[in-house]
Design a protein around this ligand. Structure first.
Ligand SMILES: [Zn+2]
Length: 543
């Protein structure tokens, strides 16, 4: 373990020590207000002589908002998290920091923090928003735009605590869009920092010099773990925001925005980065008022940018639209819109929509996953028709999975009015992520031309397109235009809107083709299938 000459832990070791030292063992997004109260009680019980726990106010719906106080120093530091209910990453970090400092109180650096400072922590300032995982409070007001009007009980509480204690420094702890990037690097921003200005002209005060040095300390502490993943937040003066006004009222504020999760790391990593960042600042302040840190390091950070990064980008591909015989060159970028609770596995909502962000040139677009697709063509998933209620016997999960592997994205099921309710119930229970959707139709005239009267044979795996057309009941297919029978409803006069466009779900097929993107029924093979952002893998049939 790395230490300073006096024996205390360096920031690298803060990172290493967190998995064991963390007090909250739950992913931030899963932590509800009741869980937080439980953890706060347990923390106060563990360090009864060192922690003061006080209900400092109530949310609009009456939930208790607690402040945790530790340390005995003359200088006060205020830290609050989750004033936006769906921005939770720092909430567990505050408890982890309190627990760590008290557990290691005999170590020089931790002791210096506790002797020099009194830490005032308000984890989860917006418990009503956190409960339903929304940004705003229960009045529908963004608490962070309420610093002047003070219409929210949570905002009034924050101002009262600030005015009462006159802290020398404050941290406002947030999460930002997980897909913002660092300048023009194409790299996702894991952390964005702001030395908050106290006026429109961004006057450099002594307080702001200190928050600039603090941001430099955070950059130094985090760079070993997220090199190039730190950006500078938009510095424009926001007259209604708390950070800006608290700075103006005399307490300089550091904003930490947790962003995208570092690639390949666990969902709790952002909490860990907050733990390291905040402790690095507190220890540096206690050591020598952050004397060794150059605010220029913060000034040189690239700015936070948006709209140039997606979860998945397919590069080098062509796209063939329904009804067309020639593919054109286009990349495809899409996002899988899981919320953090779904990522962390504590959401009841199984629906994860996806969204196409870009069709065209993705040269300047960063990606979580980049897929090279030269010599590949992207197509709209196929539609097939099934006629009659008796067909339900073979519309099983296993057979739907087989259809998915043949590129079928939608099964249009025509049933009479008397069976409609049962068919809808059957459809609702079938499918799921990476499976075809069953659409129940009443009108026999508006079905796709390919009609199935039984499951595709189990041996049928993605082969050439001619074989797939045959398996899906399209006879006499001579050239690529025959694929249109698997796309366009038979009775429609004009082809439907091509689904491979911006804002639609990311459902598409990838087939092999010539270098110029030409598709040939005999030579082209189905390489991969995505249904609503989920890749269909060639796994064993689910039973
Ligand atoms: Zn926020």
């Amino acid at each position: 373990m790395k230490t300073y000459p006096d024996g205390s832990l360096a920031s690298g070791s803060l990172y290493e020590v967190w998995p064991e030292a963390r007090f909250v063992k739950m992913a931030a997004a899963c932590l509800r207000h009741a869980d937080l109260l439980e953890y706060l009680r347990a923390l106060a019980a563990r360090f009864p002589d060192s922690i003061e726990l006080e209900v400092v106010g109530h949310s609009f719906l009456g939930r208790a908002i607690q402040m945790l106080t530790l340390g005995s120093g003359p200088n006060k530091v205020l830290l609050w998290s989750q004033m936006h209910g769906d921005e939770p990453s720092a909430t567990p970090a505050l408890l982890d920091i309190a627990s760590y400092l008290l557990q290691y109180a005999d170590q020089p650096e931790a002791r210096a923090v506790l002797q020099n400072f009194t830490l005032l922590m308000i984890p989860m300032l917006n418990p009503d928003g956190a409960e339903v995982y929304q940004r705003r409070n229960a009045q529908g007001i963004d608490i962070n735009r309420d610093a002047l009007q003070l219409a929210t009980p949570e905002g009034r509480l924050l101002k009262r605590i600030r005015d009462e204690h006159q802290p020398m420094l404050a941290f406002t702890l947030h999460d930002q869009d997980r897909r913002k990037v660092v300048g023009k690097t194409g790299q996702v921003a894991n952390i964005a920092l702001l030395s908050v200005a106290g006026d429109e002209w961004q006057t450099l005060t002594l307080g702001r010099l200190r928050t600039g040095r603090a941001c430099a300390a955070i950059v130094q502490a985090l760079t070993p773990f997220i090199a190039g993943g730190i950006s500078r937040y938009d510095e424009e003066w926001s007259p209604r925001c708390f950070g800006d006004n608290i700075t103006a009222w005399g307490t300089p504020v550091i904003l930490i925005e947790s962003g995208g999760r570092p690639r390949g790391r666990e969902v709790t990593e952002l909490t860990r980065l907050n733990f390291v960042a905040i402790l690095a600042v507190l220890q540096g302040l206690a050591r020598d008022d952050l004397a060794g840190y150059d605010p220029g390091v913060y000034d040189a950070l690239p700015l936070n940018r948006e709209e140039s990064w997606s979860d998945v980008v397919i590069r080098g591909s062509h796209v063939l639209l329904p009804g067309s015989s020639r593919a054109f060159r286009a990349d495809l970028a899409f996002d899988v819109l899981q919320n953090d609770r779904q990522v962390a596995g504590c959401s009841d909502d199984p629906v994860v929509p996806s969204q196409i962000i870009l069709v065209g040139d993705a040269f300047t677009h960063g990606a979580g996953t980049s897929i090279e697709a030269f010599g590949k063509v992207l197509l709209t998933p196929f539609k097939v028709a099934v006629r009659g209620w008796p067909q339900r016997h073979w519309l099983t999960q296993a057979n739907l999975a087989r259809l998915a592997r043949l590129g079928v994205g939608t099964v249009c099921w025509e049933v009479s009015a008397s069976n409609r309710g049962e068919a809808l119930a059957h459809a609702a229970q079938s499918g799921g992520r990476g499976m075809p959707r069953i659409e129940v139709h009443a009108d026999p005239g508006n079905l796709p031309a390919a009609v199935l009267s039984g499951p595709p044979t189990p041996a049928e795996e993605p082969g050439n397109l001619a074989g797939i057309l045959q398996a899906l009941g399209v006879e006499d297919a001579e050239d690529v235009t025959a694929l249109a029978k698997l796309w366009v409803p038979a009775a429609a006069d004009k082809p439907e809107t091509p689904p491979l466009i911006k804002d639609r779900p990311a459902s598409f097929l990838m087939v092999s083709a010539g270098a110029d993107g030409q598709v040939d029924l005999a030579a082209s093979r189905l390489v991969a299938v995505w249904l609503d952002g989920q890749q269909v893998t060639a796994q064993a049939d689910p039973q």
